[in-house]
Structure formats: C-alpha cells, structure tokens
Design a protein around this ligand. Structure first.
Ligand SMILES: Nc1ncnc2c1ncn2[C@@H]1O[C@H](COP(=O)(O)OP(=O)(O)OP(=O)(O)O)[C@@H](O)[C@H]1O
Length: 275
C-alpha cells in the first residue's frame, strides 16, 4: 500500500545566515493494506515531518514515496490532489480542524459535496447521518456547532469528515494528545474499531508507547530524525534492541501507572467516563 524508501528532509531557515535541520534522515518502511504502523519518538524526532512528506504538505529533500504502486514525490499537482483524497490526515487539535461557523451536519455535507460530487442532496444527508452514527455521535449533535461539543466529540467529527473521503490511508498525528485521558481511550477504541471494519491502512504518530502498543501492528522508533528500531509491536516492545527504545518504554511505564492510578481513583469516586 505505502512504501517509503530512504526518505530525507532537511529544513533550512535564516536569510543572511542559513541554518539547517535534518528532520528526517534515510527513513524506510512499508505498510501493508489494512495494517497499522505506529511512529513513536520524542518531540522533534521527525514524526510529523514524515507524515507531511507522505501527503506532500512539505517536499521531501530526497527519497521515494510509493503509494498504491505510484511514486508520488514528483507527481504533478492535478494528479496529486486525486491521490491526496485517498490519504486523509487527522491532527491533535480537533477544534482548529473544524469551521466554527458550520454545524456538524453542514461540515460533513460540505465535505461530501467536495469529494463525492455524484451524490444528490438527499444522498448527502443520508450519508451524513451514517457518518455521525459511525463515529458514535447521535442526532442531537447534528445541529450543534463545534464550540457546543466536547474535545472528544469534535475529534469524532474530524474523523467522520476524514472518512467521508473513503480514504485508503488514514494518517493520525497525535489524535488524542489534546484530550482528557478517559476520552483518549474512547477515541482510540473507536479508531481501532473503524480501522478494522473498513480495513483501513493507518499511520499513527504518537509519543506514547502505550497507545502504539494498543493500536498498531508494527512500529518505528524515531530518534533525532533516524529510525533507530522497527518491527512488529510485540517484538519491539517485548525485546527492544536499541537503548533509546528501552528508555522510551521505561518512561512510559510510569505513564501507564499514572493512568491506572487515575482510573482507579475515578472508579472509587464512582465517575463514569463521559465526554
Ligand atoms: N518548517 C520547519 N522549518 C524548520 N525546521 C522545522 C520545520 N518543521 C519542523 N522543523 C524541525 O524538524 C525537526 C522535526 O520536527 P517534527 O515536527 O517532524 O518532529 P515531531 O517528532 O513530529 O515533534 P512533535 O512530537 O513535537 O510534533 C525539529 O527539530 C523541528 O524543529
């Protein structure tokens, strides 16, 4: 489905005195159809740059990106737009991804108008209702504006918009990072359920090893622009070879413990996990 070969991205900045950042250095991987690949690493390790190169939001400095058998790094704008519809991205902050002046159903109908132009107005309405149900929202949310929904509910709408394109590849860049811990779990479960049902190929970017462990089939560990370790999640997590992977796993055990304590505490107080 997607093959990345020897991808490099070097940013330059400064006008008089140029400085360079090697954001991604010689990264290669392959994702099979219907599988989920996780990219983990600390802040600044190059995770988002890889996603932006794949969608050509930034131009790679060198390397190959082959999507459904076609090399896309040199693809011209017209053809590229067609390809981009097949690869949708969702980001950390759902609020900034939605138009504050549109209700949820308007937002979804607009997306359908853009990418499924053969639909009649009636079909768009029906499809909108289907998408709303698919992401676990209900009719009462339809006529609300983004500020009238919670962060988790807005992230569901963002996911519904992305799915309205019927993408083959979904790139989720820290999709739960801005959400409350209890809501994070719900959104991750939803993502995984939809990914399985639709056999979506997914690239999940996260700095959280536990999220990757729960959702992904394979993982790449990024450190300062390089992929220092990659493989099946159970083998990388069960038998990490690189010292940096071990460090990340240790850090995250702390987070997992905090999460378990938080859930226990919440359970004691009798709170339900609500958005
Ligand atoms: N437009 C840009 N111009 C110059 N340098 C950039 C630009 N975008 C990113 N960088 C640099 O490239 C490196 C990789 O950034 P990137 O955003 O890909 O990392 P990341 O792992 O996704 O980080 P985070 O988890 O914080 O989002 C960083 O050192 C960053 O400062």
């Amino acid at each position: 489905m997607l093959t990345v070969n020897d991808l490099c991205k070097r940013y330059s900045s400064g006008v008089w005195k140029k400085s360079y950042t090697q954001a991604v250095a010689h990264v290669s991987f392959h994702i099979e159809k219907g599988k989920v690949l996780g990219i983990v690493g600390e802040s600044g390790s190059g995770k988002s740059t890889i996603a932006q190169c794949i969608t050509r939001l930034v131009e790679p400095s060198s390397g190959e990106i082959i999507f459904r058998g076609e090399e896309i790094t040199r693809m011209k704008a017209g053809k590229l737009n067609k390809y981009r519809r097949n690869m949708q991205m969702i980001f950390q902050d759902p609020d900034s991804a939605l138009d504050p002046k549109m209700t949820i159903s308007e937002s979804l109908e607009e997306a359908l108008k853009l990418n499924q132009c053969h639909y009649s107005a009636e079909e768009r309405k029906r499809k909108t209702d289907e998408l709303i149900a698919l992401v676990g929202l209900n009719a009462e949310h339809k006529n609300r504006y983004p500020h009238q929904l919670s962060g988790g509910q807005n992230q569901r709408v963002v996911l519904a918009r992305a799915l309205s394109f019927d993408p083959e590849l979904l790139i989720a860049d820290e999709p739960t990072a801005s959400l409350d811990v209890s809501v994070q779990a719900q959104i991750l479960t939803l993502l995984k359920t939809i990914q399985r049902e639709k056999e979506l190929t997914m690239l999940l970017i996260s700095h959280d090893m536990e999220i990757v462990r729960r959702v992904c089939d394979e993982v790449i560990v990024m450190y300062r622009g390089e992929a220092v370790e990659k493989g099946r999640v159970e083998s990388v997590f069960g038998n990490p070879q690189h010292v940096y992977t071990r460090l990340l796993l240790d850090c995250n055990e702390e987070n997992v413990k905090k999460w378990i304590d938080y859930k226990k505490e919440k359970g004691k107080r009798g709170n339900k996990n609500e958005e």
